[in-house]
Structures are given as C-alpha cells and as structure tokens.
Design a protein around this ligand. Structure first.
Ligand code: PGA
Length: 253
C-alpha cells in the first residue's frame, strides 16, 4: 500500500558535471524499476545539471536543505520556490548534520516542513537519537519530541504525504547499522506517534525511511520490516552501481 522510497543524500559531494553523470548512469541501471520511488539529493550547485539528467526518467530530485521564507535578506540561503523552480520534487529537512553543525531545531524543522508543502515540495523530515541518548534509554523520548515538534500544525493531508527518515546519529557514516529489528521498532514508534497526532489513516499512509549505513548487503533485511518503507542513503548513494542495487533491495547486480 505504501510505495517504497529510496533517496540518496549526496551531502557535500559531486560537482555539477559529476552529478549529471551519476544520474545518467543510475537512470540507465534502473530503467525497469517502477514499484519504488527513487530520489537523488545533490548539493545546490549540482541541482540544475541533475534536473536536466532526471528529466524523462522516474528519478525524483531533492535538495538537502532550504530556508523557510519565500524570499528576503537571508544571505547564502535558498528559498523553497527556487528549489521548485529548478525542478526539485523533494527536500531533506533537519538532517542530523544540520541539527548538529548548523543549529537546526525542531522549530526550524517545523517552519521548513510547512514551507516545503506550501511550495509543492515533499519534505523528508529527519529524526534520530545520538549514541548517548540511546544508551540512556531515551530514544523514544528524543524521537517523540522531534516528531511532535517537527510536525506540529501540519494538516492531516500534509502529514499523510510526508516522508520521515529515522536516522540514528550513531549509525550515520559509521558502518554501524541499527539491527533491522531495532530500526523497525523505532519506525513503529514514530508511526504510533503520528497516529496519535493525526489519526490512524494518516499513520497508515505515512512513509518512514531508515537511514544510517544502508548498503546493498543490508537493504533487503531492512526493507522486509513492516514499518520501514524505504531508506535515506549517504555513502552508498554516491555510485550508480550501489544505489541501483539499493532501489532493487538487493545486494546482487
Ligand atoms: P550514510 O548516511 O548512509 O553514509 O550512513 C546516511 C545519511 O546521513 O542520510
């Protein structure tokens, strides 16, 4: 019922030319994929080139961040409408690296999420606990606050169309993946939290991704979990070969 969604977060990698090449290679390898939504999220400077390369393919285009205002004196920022104009369909909001290094909070995540919907973009809202929080048994508390704060004031329709990425901070870029069962347990908790806020129908349509060292050899087990509807992938999205295996939920070529 929920269409799986696999998104590649390129972070601060790839020039415009490298990005366009990667998308073209990926498009060629995934021509037959129809049952999985695919999204690439290049850095801002590669979006235009990637937009040209995704045209006519089934691959969506996402940005990695944006400001919540429509325009104004915000030096260095990018507005939602600018992303839409360049061909974006999605935008990552509140990635843990943004929370950690750029002082993003649940409040700015909430402002950005609302602004994304207003501009016609699908937000991929990131939540997740640190290692210290997990070890203190505070995962549900932390993630619950992030979900409630980030989604506050959305309409039920918006919440149903949202994508949430559960990314335990300790699993990002570390090679340490949460076990499929542990990842699913937190995704199920997120779904219950959204259900309590917006009702069961919304919770049932919400797509929840797992992120954190997702690789071709662990994707199948993660995707087999009932509450995991996709993946947000960093390192393994930087090469067409590994990303195409991920969208096929397969370690095999
Ligand atoms: P990773 O990054 O796949 O390299 O762990 C995931 C993410 O930060 O979205």
């Amino acid at each position: 019922m929920r269409k799986p969604i696999i998104a590649g977060n390129w972070k601060m990698h790839k020039t415009a030319g490298e990005g366009a090449l990667l998308v073209r290679e990926l498009a060629a390898l995934t021509k037959t994929v129809t049952d999985v939504e695919m999204v690439v999220c290049p850095p801002f400077t590669a979006l235009a080139a990637a937009a040209g390369a995704v045209a006519g393919t089934a691959i969506g285009l996402g940005a990695q961040n944006m400001h919540w205002e429509e325009k104004g004196a915000f030096t260095g920022e990018i507005a939602p409408g600018m992303l839409k104009d360049i061909g974006c369909t999605h935008v990552i909001i509140g990635h843990s690296e943004r929370r950690q290094y750029f002082a993003e909070t649940d409040k700015t995540v909430n402002q950005k999420t609302k602004a994304a919907f207003k501009a016609g973009l699908t937000p991929i809202v990131c939540v997740g606990e640190t290692l210290a929080e997990r070890e203190a048994n505070a995962t549900e508390k932390v993630v619950g606050i992030q979900v409630e704060g980030g989604l506050e004031g959305l309409t039920a329709e918006q919440a149903a169309n949202l994508v949430i990425a559960y990314e335990p901070v300790w699993a990002i870029g570390t090679g340490r993946t949460a076990s499929a069962g542990d990842a699913n347990a937190v995704c199920a908790f997120i779904r219950r939290t959204v259900g309590a806020m917006f009702g069961q129908t919304v919770a049932d349509s919400l797509r929840i991704q797992y992120g954190g060292s997702v690789k071709p050899d662990n994707i199948a087990e993660l995707m087999a979990q009932p509450d995991i509807d996709g993946a947000l992938v960093g390192g393994a999205s930087l090469e067409a070969d590994s990303f195409s295996k991920l969208v096929m939920f397969s370690g095999k070529a």
